[in-house]
Design a protein around this ligand. Structure first.
Ligand code: FAD
Length: 474
């Protein structure tokens, strides 16, 4: 009898370069059935952090994935409920012999997958899982002493020297079930049926859109000029692939293949530096996966013991002003409005607003981490936690005390005020000097209904340094 395999999609919403899908097809052979399954987990949907924009983006990816499954001859099925129970129920009702999935690195997901594997094995179903989220599995890289890395630069050196896997080809044909009647599945729910609304304009979702972005970034100027352009938030100097890497609408091996092809075409030192710099960002992504895998406690608090009891001020009003982009510091406010209005924020600005929340407003970085998770389409535990702990000086970084001056950051990275004015149109008409001074004249603020700075950067910086020293040497 022909075998039936389920492919459990979670953060890999694509058919191209998908190890679990390719291995399932290879296992059951041409006549065997391969079905995709995605489970809407109420514990994730109702966690109080997930917002409609993210769910809407995900639904777009799922719609396209289902269309791809159908085009190839099979189907992507949907269930709503506790994932382990749902998967077991479906596997039993279609008499599946195998379940294939791509591994995750988040502590919650690792535990869920371990339990799912046990439950399926009890039913006599064979389970196989694959490395997919990064090019190098988090436990396949270690220091010379065999320890996990805690510092990025030596991690990068080792990571860079390791051979990288090749992408898996997209399948050309699948075999589905003869009938889909009487299955415990549902049709793809709408955003409203899932209890959400979305009021932001989303970027294109799905794997075709991801490939388009990858090609346009790697085949044209983007990657070559990345070293200088990536820090200028007014420019389109980065790939904007992060939501796609988050939902797995593009495979990391495919991404790497395009980066290597660009490297082979590069003709100057500057161009090849651009490509290496981009590869280093992909390695940052895997560094944060690596550290969270080995130090899962990072997910719940500061890594550095002296920061675990830092006396954060946690002023609620200041937090709301930060969230709404009404702090009186234009670069901070522009960035927060970009986040609120698009679900994405430029990396330079993420560092600026994170430094401002923690060092200027002295608000616990975990409040910012949570707000980012709510709003970012690319919101990802590993990268978000890594970015916030780095900014708060609470992480593993060897040079911990970094305080960004918002005005000098704006002068350096947005020298014409172009980014600021894009998101804060009420400040149009000010001189560049006023805009970037960090101190807009009060009468100009009043006229424009723009707030005066809610704190004094220089005073707060001194205060933070003192508290930090006190914590370091109690
Ligand atoms: C406080 C803070 C929070 C962050 N939260 C997230 C998050 O939730 N999800 C997320 O994907 N990134 C996060 N980042 C990292 C970074 O800002 C985004 O990955 C980047 O801005 C995405 O834009 P891009 O796709 O154009 O990146 P590109 O510059 O084109 O980089 C390519 C890819 O590399 C990865 N990458 C780039 N920079 C970093 C980095 N510093 N750390 C880890 N991965 C990186 C991303 O997957 C990105 O898509 C955060 C950074 C900070 C400082």
């Amino acid at each position: 009898m022909n075998e039936k395999a389920l492919v459990w999609h979670r953060r890999d919403l694509r058919i191209d370069d998908n190890p679990a899908l390719s291995e399932a097809i290879a296992h059951v052979g041409e006549q065997g059935v391969v079905l995709g399954i995605f489970v809407f987990d109420p514990d994730i949907l109702d966690d109080g952090v997930t917002e409609g924009s993210k769910v809407d983006f995900m639904l777009g990816c799922l719609r396209e994935l289902q269309a791809n499954y159908r085009r190839l001859g099979s189907d992507l099925l949907f269930m709503h409920g506790q994932p382990i129970t749902s998967i077991c129920e479906l596997a039993t009702s279609v008499s599946a012999s195998h379940l294939f999935f791509n591994q995750d690195v988040e502590p919650f997901a690792i535990e869920r997958d371990r339990e799912a594997t046990l439950a399926l094995q009890k039913l006599g179903i064979k389970v196989q899982s694959f490395i997919d989220i990064g090019l190098i599995a988090p436990d396949a890289i270690a220091t010379q002493a065999g320890e996990p890395y805690k510092v990025y630069t030596p991690f990068w050196r080792n990571w860079q020297s390791k051979p990288k896997p090749k992408p898996f080809d997209a399948p050309k044909k699948l075999t589905g079930l003869a009938s889909y009647e009487n299955l415990p599945t549902i049709s793809l729910p709408s955003l409203r049926e899932l209890g959400f609304i979305n009021d932001i304009n989303l970027p294109k979702s799905g794997e075709a859109a991801a490939l388009e972005l990858l090609i346009s970034f790697c085949d044209r100027e983007g990657i070559l000029g990345y070293k200088t352009e990536r820090d200028l938030p007014a420019h389109t100097g980065t790939s904007a692939l992060s939501p796609h890497l988050r939902f797995g609408t593009v495979g990391i091996r495919r991404v790497w293949q395009y980066a290597i092809a660009a490297e082979q075409r590069s003709r100057s030192e500057e161009e090849s530096t651009g490509i290496t710099t981009w590869q280093q960002e992909l390695a940052w992504r895997e560094f944060y996966q690596h550290v969270l895998f080995y130090f899962p406690k990072l997910a719940t608090g500061a890594y550095r013991p002296q920061m675990q009891n830092f006396p954060w001020e946690d002023d609620q009003e200041n937090f709301v002003a930060w969230c709404e982009g009404r702090t009186g510091y234009p670069i901070v406010d522009a960035a927060m409005r970009q986040l609120n209005q698009t679900g994405w924020m430029h990396n330079r600005c993420r560092m600026i607003v994170a430094s401002f929340l923690t060092k200027d407003l002295m608000i616990n970085w975990q409040w910012g981490e949570k707000y980012f998770m709510q709003k970012l389409l690319d919101g990802d535990l590993t990268a978000n936690n890594g970015g916030w702990q780095w900014s708060a000086s609470s992480g593993m970084d060897p040079k911990p005390l970094r305080i960004f001056n918002p005005a000098s950051q704006a002068r350096k990275y947005d020298p014409e005020g172009e980014y600021i004015l894009r998101w804060l149109p009420e400040l149009r008409g000010l001189t560049i000097a006023e805009l970037l001074s960090g101190n807009i004249p009060p009468h100009q603020c009043k006229k424009r209904d723009y707030p005066l700075p809610i704190v004094d950067h220089h005073m707060q910086q001194q205060k933070f340094k003192k508290l930090y020293q006190d914590c370091k040497n109690p």
